[in-house]
Ligand binder design. Structure first.
Ligand code: DAH
Length: 341
């Protein structure tokens, strides 16, 4: 039996030399270590051996088995290595070849501008307050000190739903009332971004759907100086440190006093060009001190609280930043336009 094992081992090792590929090696494994291999038959006959012979034969049989298994593993890894080397030589890969560019999407120019606005106001401690796009007449107008038949309503003509008194908001200002009612009597410092709608003749400067970012700060001893400081700082961060600003008196029913803020035309540097209609200034927002009636509607005692508010159009700001000449591009989905940002 020991001789038999010797033969098995010699034959196995000799045959292994011929196993020069992975399939041949597999054949070798079946022949020499498979269930019906001579070595396995030795194990099968084990029971019929004389008791004294068993330890000797068993030990030797296990040695042969381990040896064959070890050589099989060595051979397998050597073949694998060779295959890899061959593949590397035959399938040469030019790693210096430029890759195919993948089309990368990006944010819409309005979204980019909105995010910049959020960042700037976040740095100044303003939180984003989201408010609904469908509003009641009460919130869109009345609580903002614009009663029915007030001539100022003409500026904010809108789309009405079939439910009387329910409409698409014309500005983000109704969000002022929502946020005040939620926070009163605590101070508020929020910006309110979102979509607004107007019944307008669409033109290069007017759309029926656009974004606004409203701002509101209510608290004790908030002054017009705070309003000017906040908005001037905003303009610097948005348009650059050297930008000049001015406030012009204006009128909004929900603020008193009211103003509009202009930035110096950065296209002509204030000299006058067709972008600024030869005035040297570009209007970027409306603002003012929150009207006492509005404070009261929001739940604050106007004798104890003051506040300022402002509203700006991010599309308009994007138009100024990127010198976009027609507001209709924002909704036209024209890739030639969108891919420029
Ligand atoms: N809601 C105004 C509009 O749509 C913009 C505005 C002006 C908002 C003055 C304000 C403000 O909060 O104080 O034209």
């Amino acid at each position: 039996m020991l001789e038999e094992l010797e033969r098995i081992q010699t034959a196995g090792l000799a045959d292994l030399e011929q196993a020069t590929s992975e399939p041949l090696l597999e054949q070798w494994r079946v022949a020499h270590l498979g269930r019906s291999a001579p070595l396995m038959q030795v194990f099968d006959k084990f029971g019929s051996l004389a008791k004294e012979a068993r330890p000797v034969i068993g030990k030797r049989a296990n040695e042969v088995k381990r040896l064959l298994e070890a050589r099989l593993a060595e051979r397998a890894s050597a073949l694998h290595e060779q295959a890899l080397v061959r593949a590397l030589q035959s399938e040469t890969l030019d790693v210096s070849l430029p890759g195919r560019p993948s089309q990368q999407g990006r944010l819409h120019p309005t979204t980019q501008t909105l995010r910049r606005i959020y960042e700037i106001f976040a740095e100044m401690g303003f939180q984003v307050y989201r408010s609904r796009e469908i509003e009641s007449d009460e919130y869109n107008f009345e609580l903002l000190n614009i009663p029915a038949h007030h001539p100022a309503r003409d500026m904010w003509d809108t789309f009405h739903t079939q439910t009387p008194g329910v409409l698409l908001r014309t500005h983000t200002s109704p969000g002022q009332i929502h946020s005040m009612r939620e926070h009163a009597p605590n101070p508020v410092r929020v910006i309110l971004p979102g979509m607004c709608f107007r019944y307008e003749q669409i033109s290069a400067r007017k759309e029926i759907q656009f974004n606004q970012v409203e701002g509101l700060a209510v608290g004790h001893e908030i002054t017009f100086g705070d309003l000017k400081g906040t908005l001037t700082d905003f303009a610097r961060r948005m348009f650059g440190d050297s930008v000049r600003t001015r406030f012009r008196a204006s009128h909004f029913p929900f603020t008193e006093p009211s103003a509009e803020m202009d930035v110096e035309c950065f296209i002509c540097g204030g000299k006058g060009c067709n972008v600024c209609s030869h005035t040297g200034w570009l209007e970027i927002l409306g603002c003012g001190m929150v009207h006492p009636v509005v404070l009261q509607n929001g739940g604050y005692d106007p004798a104890k609280f003051t506040g300022f508010a402002f509203g700006m159009g991010p599309e308009r700001i994007a138009m100024l930043r990127h010198r976009i000449e027609d507001i209709r591009y924002f909704w036209s989905n024209d890739l030639r336009f969108l891919e420029q940002f």
